[in-house]
Write a protein that binds this ligand. Structure first.
Ligand code: NAD
Length: 241
């Protein structure tokens, strides 16, 4: 039986590449999204992938969303916490809303999505969770105190949840991408982007499919000994032990 995977923010950017990669590999995929119904409907029509709209920053919305996915596809065994936003600005000018929105979507979402799926995974003795952090959560980034804090939090969350569930057949891992060509990075001014690319040893930005390939590796049934890890995919921009 094909395993059921939920990809948050799964109809665009890195999330869309993950949804497609899993779909092609034979998983039953539900791609969650937050905003654009028309774009999500087009993604569904083009790919045949199940889509469902809810706000991953809300526990109640995740509970309802996962219930709908499970009614349609079956028990969720794989969760890819990919949805994320930026609300950049220097800290001395940062508003409470900029802080709260980023922490809610990028970090509280992990609490909400995992809280509503982990009990089923524990009962069935199998689960795969992959969380999207960022190079900027590992090294810090000017103008992104909120985002860096949330993405560093993703790494701590991953390690602790991995320990709690290691004896239940559940692995919890983290991917920390560097700069990847998506709508998120299109928002960066071209001259700033040029300077960033100049500091990437591989000499280019990453492709969404390069992140998706690593997700596929981590969720494989054979990857049961990999847990609590953070895998950097950043073209050599920042190397950590
Ligand atoms: P993107 O902006 O292209 O897509 C983000 C997706 O998240 C969208 O589909 C959006 O609808 C969804 N989303 C946002 N808020 C949501 C909410 N409240 N509920 C449900 N869905 C919501 O971003 P991306 O570049 O594909 O990034 C994907 C992940 O990778 C994010 O967590 C991001 O922080 C991380 N990341 C991206 C890069 C990069 O260079 N693009 C680098 C490091 C980490």
């Amino acid at each position: 039986m094909a395993r059921v995977a939920v990809v948050t923010g799964g109809t665009r950017g890195i999330g869309a590449a993950i949804s497609l990669g899993l779909h092609k590999a034979g998983y039953k995929v539900a791609a969650n999204y937050a905003g654009n119904d028309e774009a999500a409907a087009a993604f569904k029509a083009e790919t045949g992938i199940h889509v469902d709209k809810w706000d991953v920053g809300s526990l109640a919305a995740c509970k309802d969303g996962i219930a709908r996915v499970e009614a349609a596809l079956g028990p969720v065994e794989i969760v890819i916490n990919n949805a994320g936003i930026t609300r950049d600005g220097f800290f001395h000018k940062m508003t409470e809303a900029q802080w709260d929105e980023v922490l809610q979507t990028n970090l509280k979402s992990l609490f909400a999505m995992c809280r509503v799926t982990i009990e089923g995974m524990r009962a069935r003795g199998f689960g795969r969770i992959v969380n999207l952090s960022s190079v900027n959560g590992q090294k810090g980034q000017m103008g992104q105190v909120n985002y860096s804090a949330a993405k560093a939090g993703v790494i701590g969350f991953t390690k602790a949840l991995a320990l709690e569930n290691a004896n239940k057949g559940i692995t919890v891992n983290c991917i920390a991408p560097g700069y990847v060509a998506t709508d998120m990075t299109k928002a960066i001014a071209p001259d700033v982007m040029q300077k960033i690319v100049a500091q990437i040893p591989v000499g280019r930005m990453g492709e969404p499919e390069e992140i998706a390939n690593t997700v596929l590796y981590l969720i494989n049934d054979q990857a049961g000994f990999i847990t609590g890890s953070t895998i950097a995919i950043n073209g050599g921009q920042f190397t950590v032990g």
